[in-house]
Design a protein around this ligand. Structure first.
Ligand code: FAD
Length: 543
């Protein structure tokens, strides 16, 4: 199914090539999370690479990943088992070829991380063996982790060091990419604002988009502040096809304490045996799924929200008091510290949790090599829809996806950049729309907070036609005066992107009149394979 959606200008900023600075690279990579940096390391060393990150390089969803990375390592496990678990979680919408390809490459991609210096956790008795954890939806122990629950930080430490030592790669931090440059139906690079004000056109033979997720569009989220869906929005403005935007995965267990950041309590906690209990101390998952706390995330999130309604409580609890306290503290040091700041002991107190937006399944449609619908533009990681996750992502498959697609997109982009002539690195006569300067009277943070609350209410774990329709109308009203303006800094640009992504998500969620995977429509509670076992693609009207 194809949806069209308009009312969004082509560029967020006014520019003319004569009036701005220019930079050139063979390959431009927008985003320096795991997907972007793994791509950078795979580009042919004879080519020049520029990586742009909008904040400091360590600020990404990748750095915050806790539980680990899934891979078939144990002799008891098989590639076929991991494929089956991924397909089972995906609600009949995964692409089997993509799943097979990603899962089969997993062990190699993980080995490369080890060769780059990532220190994964090893068995306490046999130090030569990696410790393999279990998470929801996995039939075997296959989650490789580091420093207990700080896997992303350790992987990124090693990968960033490797990138910093590569002579052909330049990383530019605190540089906000506003838009993709398109000329004669080909991506030619991007418009970037360095330190918010220095507008620069980056021209590249090939561009790889790795801008990560969009959890920040919801009031409750595990994602850091950089995850505002910029890549989704800029791709959409450039007419690139997006897919399955209704599928936002909600993590079931996000710490819910007034005043605390919404820290994720990793699935691995339930993997180690933690119970979910309600305010009456009742282990309620027995009423919802035979896999109990280890049912897939959509099942657990939906069960928690239903139980919250039943018990009229704002949250449920994780209980670890029946587990060995020493093991719990050693396995989850980060979470133990986070809850201790609020006077809770992870080994004895119930930990208040509720679901929060966690992983954007929908995104820029890519083929097996990471090619998008726009020639010259490749994409990898959470910003994409590759077909791996279907309608629901299996835990710990996303770091893996970022690695696999980072490598594939980089190999193909290298090939294309080597084949293209130097003429491709020229300044093309592109003019932006003429936007009005921003009005001081717009309170950007007020609209941002209102949008996040609106989406949480209307397009959160439970959705229906009436609330989605109201949400779309409200966003359209805000868009009318927010999108036609030129803002001077990232606060305004992020709001423009969040409005665009929020509207696309609601439109797709309204169109999908069924429940599937992470998408729960209370007015269409059943899965309808006959009519809806299909993707919803979205393209800008101009495309
Ligand atoms: C708390 C948490 C725990 C998680 N745990 C796990 C786990 O255990 N296992 C697992 O597999 N997955 C996990 N995930 C998901 C996983 O971390 C992400 O899906 C994955 O890291 C995404 O990688 P990425 O490279 O695509 O994007 P990111 O790592 O988010 O990187 C995005 C990059 O894009 C840049 N960027 C964005 N917009 C712009 C712009 N406008 N201009 C310039 N640069 C821009 C950012 O600065 C950043 O460098 C977790 C996620 C969270 C939030």
């Amino acid at each position: 199914m194809i949806l069209n959606s308009s009312g969004v200008p082509r560029y967020l900023t006014n520019f003319a090539p004569k009036n701005v600075a220019h930079r050139f690279a063979d390959v431009l990579i927008i985003g320096g999370g795991l997907a972007g940096l793994r791509a950078a390391l795979e580009i042919d060393a004879s080519l020049t690479v520029i990586v742009i990150t909008k904040d400091a390089i360590r600020q990404s969803n990748s750095t915050y990943a806790q539980g680990g990375i899934a891979g078939v390592i144990s002799p008891e496990d098989k590639i076929e088992f991991h494929i089956r678990d991924t397909m089972d979680a995906g609600g009949n919408l995964c692409d089997l070829d993509t799943v097979r390809s990603v899962i089969s490459q997993g062990p190699d991609r993980i080995r490369e991380l080890i060769e780059m210096g990532t220190q994964f956790d090893h068995d306490e008795v046999d130090q030569s063996e990696l410790t393999l954890g279990r998470e929801g939806g996995h039939s075997h122990n296959r989650i490789i982790h580091a420093n207990g629950d700080a896997t992303g930080a350790e992987i990124m430490r090693a990968v960033i060091a490797k990138v910093r030592s590569a002579e052909n790669i330049q990383v530019i931090e605190n540089a906000f990419t506003l838009d993709l440059l398109k000329f004669e139906q080909r991506c030619r690079g991007a418009v970037v604002a360095i330190d918010d004000n220095q507008k620069t056109l980056f021209w590249a033979s090939e561009t790889i988009l790795c801008t990560g997720g969009a959890g920040q569009i919801f009031r409750e989220t595990t994602n850091p502040s950089v995850a505002t869906g910029d890549g989704h929005a800029m791709a959409y403005r450039a007419g690139v096809q997006l897919r399955d935007m209704e599928f936002m995965q909600f993590h079931p267990t996000v710490l819910y304490i007034a005043g605390s950041s919404r820290s994720l309590i990793t699935e691995a906690v339930r993997g180690e045996g933690a119970y979910l209990i309600d305010s009456d101390d009742y282990r309620f998952m027995v009423d919802y799924d035979e896999r109990l706390e280890l049912a897939p995330r959509d099942v657990v999130s939906q069960a928690i929200v239903t139980q919250m309604v039943k018990t009229n409580a704002p949250n449920v609890f994780l209980s670890l008091k029946h587990l060995d306290p020493e093991h719990v503290r050693a396995r989850f040091p980060g979470i133990a510290k986070a809850v201790a700041e609020f006077g809770l002991d992870i080994t004895s107190d119930p930990i208040p949790v509720r679901p929060g937006a966690h992983y954007m399944i929908g995104g820029i449609t890519v083929d097996h090599q990471g090619q998008t619908s726009l020639p010259g533009l490749w994409a990898a990681g959470e910003a994409t829809s590759s077909g791996l996750h279907g309608a629901n992502r299996l835990a710990s498959n996303s770091l893996l996806e970022g690695l696999v697609y980072g490598v594939s997109a980089a190999r193909r982009a290298s090939q294309a950049a080597r084949a293209s002539s130097d003429n491709d690195l020229e300044v093309f006569p592109i003019l932006s729309d003429q936007l009005r300067p921003s009005q001081a009277s717009i309170d950007i943070s007020d609209i941002r907070n209102s949008l996040r609350s609106l989406l949480w209410r209307a397009a959160g774990v439970r959705r229906d036609a009436a609330s989605l329709t109201t949400a779309i109308e409200t966003i359209l009203m805000w868009q009318n005066y927010v999108l036609a303006q030129e803002f001077p800094n990232s606060e305004g640009w992020e709001l423009q992107n969040m409005l665009t992504v929020g509207k696309l998500l609601c439109k797709a969620a309204l169109a999908r009149e069924e429940s599937r995977g992470v998408h729960l429509r209370t007015d269409f509670p059943d899965t309808d394979d006959e009519n809806w076992r299909q993707h919803i693609s979205i393209a800008h009207d101009d495309a």
